[in-house]
Design a protein around this ligand. Structure first.
Ligand SMILES: [Zn+2]
Length: 235
């Protein structure tokens, strides 16, 4: 190992030891570690995301009580619905009834709390800033086709993520002036509405495992599908 590498290695090791010791002292109560950089605390749904957010969101996915607590921290009381088993493939577990996000409303829909938490963060961190930037006003309502639906993926025998309320279909946005922005009508072209829609699609990929837009196929010509299935796609 050359001298430069040895020095670099030493500096990195020293930095690691310092950060870990500081974190240890903060856990002992000597000082407050910033919440957004503490991997062991729940994510703040109403705060900007960072590189630790996906890791923190895992704690919400594995424990619905953590999801409820994260909503409570963001000032929103949610109730976990009792589990419902409709068939072997169609179940609802760890769901809440969602009627509003950080500021936008939506028609009340039952969805998995893990999906709701991501919708909340996406609306707060991506949708509202993009609407202000491209359209000059905030989004008042998120229009959707729902979450739970006991069905298979079209053209396949595999159960859709909708069969476990682990997905959400967004069809458009109503702005505070009442103006509508719909995926069906305004996805194509280079109007500000199209730029807004592309930006919210791209931003959704930071929160959801799967994001399918009109760019993906004709089945999605009129909505943005987001889900927390096991594989990752952003199209
Ligand atoms: Zn869908």
């Amino acid at each position: 190992m050359s001298l430069v590498f040895r020095r670099l290695f030493f500096l990195l090791a020293l930095a690691l030891v310092l950060v870990l010791s500081a974190y240890g002292f903060s856990r002992l109560g000597y000082f407050e570690w910033p919440r957004e950089y503490d991997p062991l605390v729940l994510p703040d749904l109403d705060a900007p995301s960072n590189f630790l957010t996906p890791f923190k969101l895992k704690r919400i996915d594995t424990n619905v009580e953590n999801c409820r607590a994260a909503f409570a921290r963001a000032g929103k009381a949610v109730r976990i619905e009792p589990a419902q088993i409709d068939s072997t493939q169609c179940t609802r577990q760890d769901t809440i009834k969602l009627a509003s996000l950080s500021t936008a409303k939506l028609n009340e829909e039952e969805t998995r709390c893990a999906i709701a938490a991501r919708l909340f963060m996406w609306e707060h961190n991506v949708v509202q800033p993009a609407a202000r930037q491209h359209l000059g006003e905030p989004v008042a309502e998120i229009l959707h086709f729902g979450s739970y639906s006991c069905r298979t993926i079209r053209g396949s025998s595999a159960a859709s993520e909708h069969a476990t309320a682990n997905a959400f279909d967004i069809s458009g946005f109503r702005l505070s002036s009442g103006k509508l922005v719909s995926l069906k009508q305004q996805w194509q072209g280079s109007q500000p509405e199209a730029e807004f829609l592309k930006e919210v699609r791209d931003g959704a990929c930071d929160y959801f495992n799967v994001v399918l837009s009109p760019d993906y196929n004709a089945d999605h010509h009129d909505h943005l599908h987001v889900d927390m299935g096991w594989y990752r796609t952003c199209r």
